[in-house]
Design a protein around this ligand. Structure first.
Ligand code: NDP
Length: 329
């Protein structure tokens, strides 16, 4: 049997005006798949990279990487979900900007009853990202309470979750943001210090705050504009986790830059971490615990109707949003 769903599709890469609302047919799930009826959809900066063509994907493309809803049908071989379950996910491939979809079950987790659909939709991609950044990215001894870390775009979706989670772990997170109001927001969410990187030399401020030592890890999702300052903010043997391109991709660079402090560099992505059902569930359980305990509150600061997705993309790219954004259905 076939069902219909509203969905947001692009036929070619480009600006927000390429986002078109269409009706699609949704069939039955095949082996390893489910059909899920969304109650809310999460908006992520990665959606803008996929829309613009920075991340080149086959066209036409139904965008969206994060949502929550109710499982409506289950394909052969899926054992961790059943019809009627509340569920949420961060997905690869994209396709979450819709009411109903068929998708691989591997990345979909049962959503605890205490967590609303909106919260589930807002937190899976961003919260699982904060989880792996703070807990799985630094090898060897990891981060210890009291350690300084630098987190760029700290008032954004991933940022405000990371501020709270870092506080819960006893870390001293230094957050950067593009305005004084955003810096204040980062402080209210657990950042130990905040730097307005539009008006201040953040690397110099980091050195001041850390008594000249630098931080153990820099989490840099801004990319082009912050890369060199991020390296200059590290302590010897520090790690730069370059995990996004908010200002554009990091241009090619001379690896001798790393020799200034025997620095490490990684370019991680959530999708390596959630490649298996086991690792996805373990990370999601950690996220559900920290949200369930109240240590991390998912800050939904914007809501747009699915039909207003063009405006949602414009506002996100214009740095007008803070925290998380959901598309309502
Ligand atoms: P955010 O809500 O953080 O929005 C992006 C923020 O980046 C803006 O609000 C802005 O904050 C900052 N920014 C800095 N320079 C620019 C610029 N030139 N144009 C636009 N924004 C800029 O988005 P998300 O929480 O969805 O994602 C945060 C980042 O993390 C993104 O870069 C995303 O791609 C990355 N990411 C990476 C993942 C991975 O596994 N590799 C997974 C999830 C997210 P301000 O005004 O304060 O500077």
């Amino acid at each position: 049997m076939s069902h219909t769903s509203r969905a947001i599709r692009i036929d070619r890469p480009g600006g927000p005006e390429e986002l078109k609302i269409v009706e699609v047919e949704v069939g039955e799930p095949g082996p390893g798949q489910i059909r899920i009826r969304h109650h809310a959809v999460g908006l992520n900066f990665i959606d803008t990279y996929q829309r613009s063509g920075l991340y080149a994907l086959a066209m036409p493309l139904q965008l969206g990487m994060e949502a929550a809803g109710v499982v409506e049908a289950v394909g052969e071989g899926v054992t961790h979900l059943k019809v009627g379950d509340r569920a949420a996910y961060a997905s690869q491939p994209p396709g979450a900007y819709c009411e109903l979809r068929v998708m691989p079950a591997t990345c979909v987790c049962k959503l605890p009853d205490t967590i609303s659909f909106e919260t589930g939709a807002a937190m899976m991609l961003k919260g699982l990202t904060a989880q792996y950044l703070l807990k799985k990215t630094l090898p060897a001894e990891g981060l210890q309470p009291g350690d300084f870390v630098l987190f760029h775009a700290a008032a954004g979706g991933v940022g405000l979750i990371a501020c709270q989670w870092a506080r819960a772990l006893g870390l001293q997170l230094i957050g950067t943001a593009g305005s004084d109001a955003k810096c204040q927001l980062a402080l209210e969410h657990g950042a130990a210090h905040a730097i307005n990187y539009s008006t201040e030399d953040f690397a110099a401020r980091v050195k001041e705050i850390t008594g000249g030592k630098g931080v153990k890890v820099v989490y840099d999702s801004v990319g082009k504009d912050t890369f060199e300052g991020s390296l200059a903010s590290l302590r010897p043997f520090g790690l730069l986790a370059s995990f996004g391109n908010g200002s554009g991709p990091v241009p090619p660079f001379n690896t001798a830059l790393l020799a200034k402090g025997s620095y490490y560099l990684t370019r991680p992505t959530l999708f390596t971490h959630i490649a298996t059902r086991e690792s996805t569930q373990a990370m999601a359980d950690d996220l559900f615990d920290v949200v369930g305990s109240g240590a991390v509150k998912i800050p939904i600061a914007q809501r747009y109707a699915l039909a207003d997705v063009q405006q949602a993309h414009r506002d996100l790219e214009a740095r007008k949003t803070t925290g998380c954004t959901v598309l309502t259905l």
